[in-house]
Write a protein that binds this ligand. Structure first.
Ligand SMILES: C[S@@+](CC[C@H](N)C(=O)[O-])C[C@H]1O[C@@H](n2cnc3c(N)ncnc32)[C@H](O)[C@@H]1O
Length: 464
């Protein structure tokens, strides 16, 4: 598997399988226009199950006491790198939910600068959520930061709803027929300058107010037909005409439904986001030909949006199966102008890897953390994603009973009751020994075959 600069072949988009922490090193600094990330929450795909109800929530909190800091550090290390990849005019969006968003906001402010926080988009991701107690959680937060105040920005609009039109735009201009709403021509407080003057016999100070513009400018607006004079006299108002572009989009997004289980868009990837969400972000914060990066690309929603909107892109995902889904998706879109890196397709590919690369691949495949010591690791090559149970990786064909016993010794030394061994295959003696250890010593060792990881069958339960 080659390791090359992701933008060596300029113009082509790049899809990479691996941990974004290391892959990002290949992306040139100050080269990316827009980054969107939707990182996994603690428990990856079992997320929905774990957070299904209140009882589960308490169970989770017991289990993960102290876990939030661990997760925040994990993400901060990666976001810091992403920050260095952004152009000065670039923007960064991170999709989070209520479990973690407030913890991350503080860290993001430190990385981007408080003044570069643009907004929190609140996306209504589901219409109903039956929580046993309290108000249902139906939204996600997407924090939007820029790298400077010179960021690319294209305002986005949506069609006015009938309800909004009839509630707010009740007036019609008798000459042009254009609909308008009424807005104040005065602001609170007395002013002694121009804006406090009497205009058309009306003294705003009488109501402890002042004009929003000097009378000379109001006169101009009146000539342009933008001032509304009530039939029965009283305060004039400002006509705010309906924009032909539609209603400017604010930070509450309720008009993009989630990917439905029956919908044509559904690819079967558990955390797939709707393409309309990403199209809005890509349209707002990048231009044709710009470079868009998603370092947790999943089934490639950001990449598909960028491809459709004629942007170049870099997609990174640690999961081999995610990258395969992305390839299928891009094929359907007719995309050919991209390269794929880091995909292990067969057990033969795996056997050809040198031991360190093999170990990296295996730990990444279960979303684990690499052992800080690459040599003299005392039998531990990595740790499971959240609970930090030891993982041992063996690039051997038949792992037998002696390996299991040696690893059980490692677990006992570390005062651990759980662990994982990843290898090509396990002998029946090894399988029996694992059963015995669980029965007699309450030590639980999960045996994971490479062939299952290649197929994307990741043992999520132990990973959490
Ligand atoms: C919530 S999903 C993203 C879903 C995506 N937005 C979509 O619409 O399909 C998170 C993704 O991050 C990937 N992932 C987890 N850890 C990673 C890492 N260290 N580097 C890169 N990708 C990672 C997972 O495999 C998963 O596909």
């Amino acid at each position: 598997m080659e390791q090359q600069s992701l933008l060596k072949t300029s113009g082509e988009s790049q899809l990479y399988c691996g941990d974004c922490l290391s892959i990002l090193d290949m992306v040139p600094d100050d080269g990316v226009d827009l980054i969107y990330i939707d990182p996994p929450f603690y428990s990856q795909r079992s997320y929905e199950t774990i957070w299904g109800g209140e009882a589960e929530r308490f169970a989770f909190e017991d289990r993960w006491a102290g876990g939030i800091n661990h997760y925040v550090n994990y993400l901060v290390a990666r976001v810091r790198k992403m920050y260095s990849k952004l152009k000065d005019t670039g923007s960064f969006y991170v999709h989070l939910d209520w479990h973690i968003s407030h913890y991350m906001k503080q860290e993001l402010d430190k990385i981007f600068g408080y003044g570069n926080f643009q907004t929190e988009i609140v996306w209504r991701r589901t219409s109903a959520h039956v929580d046993t107690i309290g108000f249902g959680h139906v939204t996600d937060s997407i924090f939007f930061y820029s790298k400077s105040d010179r960021f690319t920005w294209n305002p986005q609009y949506r069609p006015y709803s009938e309800e909004h039109l009839s509630r707010s735009y009740r007036h019609k201009d008798p000459v042009t027929g254009r609909r308008f709403m009424l807005a104040d021509l005065t602001g609170a407080g007395i002013r002694h300058g121009e804006t406090g003057r009497v205009w058309h016999g009306i003294n705003p100070s009488k109501w402890t107010r002042h004009w929003i513009r000097p009378p000379s400018e109001l006169e101009k607006l009146d000539k342009e037909g933008v001032i509304y004079w009530p039939d029965r006299g009283g305060m004039p108002r400002l006509k705010k005409f309906l924009s032909p572009k539609g209603q400017p989009i604010d930070n509450i997004w309720t008009d993009i439904p989630p990917v439905s289980s029956q919908g044509a868009e559904k690819l079967g990837y558990p955390t797939q986001k709707p393409i309309a969400l990403l199209e809005r972000i890509v349209n707002a914060s990048s231009k044709r030909g710009d470079l868009v990066l998603d370092a947790y690309c999943g089934c490639g929603t950001t990449l598909a949006a960028a491809q459709k909107l004629n942007r170049r892109w870099i997609g990174i995902d640690i999961s081999q199966s995610a990258i395969r889904v992305v390839e299928q998706r891009l094929k359907k879109l007719g995309a050919t102008d991209y390269q794929v890196h880091g995909l292990v397709k067969t057990a033969r590919d795996l056997r050809a890897l040198d031991p360190f690369e093999f170990q990296n691949w295996a730990i990444n495949a279960v979303y684990g953390q690499h052992s800080p010591r690459k040599v003299a690791d005392m039998g531990i090559d990595g740790f499971t994603f959240m609970e930090h149970h030891p993982i041992q990786v063996k690039q051997s064909e038949h792992v037998g009973r002696p390996v299991i016993d040696a690893f059980a010794g490692v677990l006992q030394r570390e005062k651990e009751k759980k662990g994982m061994i990843i290898a090509f295959d396990f002998s029946s003696g090894a399988v029996d020994e694992v059963a015995r250890l669980e029965r007699e010593d309450k030590i639980k060792i999960q045996l994971v075959k490479c062939v299952d990881l290649i197929a994307g069958n990741v043992p999520f339960k132990i990973m959490v």
